[in-house]
Each structure stands twice: as C-alpha cells, then as structure tokens.
Design a protein around this ligand. Structure first.
Ligand code: TYD
Length: 217
C-alpha cells in the first residue's frame, strides 16, 4: 500500500458484517501481509465508546430520536478526528464497522427524522470525509432478524435489535437507495451467501479499487 485508505462495512442488523470483517482481515493479512486499523461505530476510541454505551443502553427507552442522532454524529466526529483521519494520513488502511451511511439509513428513515436534517448534522461532523470504498452487506429483513434471534445466546441483545420488522425493512431500503445514488463508492454484496464468499468478494473489490495489490503468481 502506497497511500492510506478508508473502507467501511455497512448493512442492516444481522447482515453478518462483523463475521465478514474478521474473515476479510484474515485474508488481507495472509495474502498481503497488511494489518489494517480496525474500528467501529458508534465507538472506535475512548470518547466514542462512552457515547456508544449511552446510545445502546437497554434502559434508555426515553431517548429522543434526535438525541440519538446527535449522539451518533458526536461519536463519529471524534472517530474521524482522533482515529480515522490520522491513521489514513499515516498511510494505513482503515476499516470501520459502520460509518455515516448507518446514520442516514437508521436515523434518517427508520426514525422519521427528515433525512436532510440527518445529513446536515453528519456533514457538520465529518466535513465531507467519506470512505474510499463501502461494502453494503445486504440481507432481507427477515433473514437479518432470524440471525439475531439465533445469535442471542452468543451476542448481547441491544435496544435497537428490539425494533420491529418494519423498521428493519425501512433501514434496508434506505441503505439500498444510498448505494443506488453513490454506485462508485458503495458496493452492494449479497449477504445471504457464506461468510467466505462475501469476504472474497470484498477482497476482490479492494484489488479492483487499487487499495490492495494483486498477488504475484
Ligand atoms: P452493534 O452492536 O455494533 O450492531 P452491529 O453489529 O449490527 O453493527 O450496534 C450498533 C447499532 O447501532 C446497530 O443497530 C446500528 C445502529 N446504528 C445507528 O442506528 N446509527 C449509526 O449511525 C450507527 C453507526 C449505528
């Protein structure tokens, strides 16, 4: 890698994004000897993780949707300034589990806040700093919800997982609209395929985008 790059993974709950990320990291390490900077939202650094705790606390049922949207944007601001941008500028490959597209999809559509307002507070937070490439791991809402149910024993069930099927469907549609509007940046990947297949597709796309170099044979 000659230059730092910023890649994000997005998708509805239960899309398998985190498993795909782990597999992808292994492939990048095995084939290219690169250890990307891996981070997530909300969170990514001390301040961000504290904001995450507030947002996802199951006891915070009173949280107003705009409060929630502002907290996500606040966490993101800190993430860009303290974690993502410095690492990219230092020539690293940064991969984040969720970023601004999640806010547009979740807060902008599912929560009935006009999407323009969600975009505005996020523009304030990120100042135009967008990923070089985004992988949208797409699964139908029923598949995502089914996977969440199955994983309940192994993964903490958070406040947002409790939302209805309709919410999950709206979120998925919003993600797909974003991908349609920004096809250069956002690649839709079929998340019903195996983790290996999805990770392989992401890996190939990183090569296509010149972020990773093709292996010499
Ligand atoms: P997390 O446990 O990280 O879920 P996942 O493994 O699916 O990413 O919780 C993050 C939750 O926060 C998830 O339900 C999506 C939601 N979210 C938003 O609503 N807006 C945002 O801007 C971000 C980053 C996440």
């Amino acid at each position: 890698m000659k230059q730092g790059k910023f890649v994000t993974l997005e998708g509805p709950d239960g899309s398998g994004k985190t498993s795909v990320l782990n597999k992808l990291l292994q492939m990048i390490n095995d084939h290219c000897g690169i250890d990307p900077v891996v981070t997530r939202e909300p969170g990514g650094n001390m301040i961000g993780e504290k904001i995450r705790e507030i947002i996802l606390d199951v006891d915070h049922t009173q949280m107003d949707p705009r409060t929630e949207a502002l907290l996500y944007a606040a966490s993101r601001r800190q993430h860009v300034v303290e974690t993502i941008r410095p690492a990219v500028e230092a020539g690293k490959l940064v991969i984040s589990d969720r970023y601004v597209d999640s806010s547009i999809a979740y807060q902008g559509t599912g929560r009935d806040i006009p999407v323009e307002l969600v975009k505005e507070i996020n523009d304030f937070a990120i100042e135009g700093y967008l990923p070089d490439v985004t992988f949208l791991i797409d699964v139908p809402a029923e598949v995502g919800l089914q996977r969440i149910k199955q994983a309940q024993g192994s993964r903490q069930y958070d406040r947002l997982d409790q939302e209805s099927l309709v919410f999950h469907e709206q979120t998925r549609e919003a993600f797909l609209r974003l991908a349609k509007d920004q096809p250069q940046r956002i690649h839709v990947i079929d998340g019903t395929k195996s983790v290996e297949e999805v990770a392989q597709t992401c890996y190939q796309l990183l090569i296509t985008h010149g972020i990773l170099e093709e292996e010499a044979t």
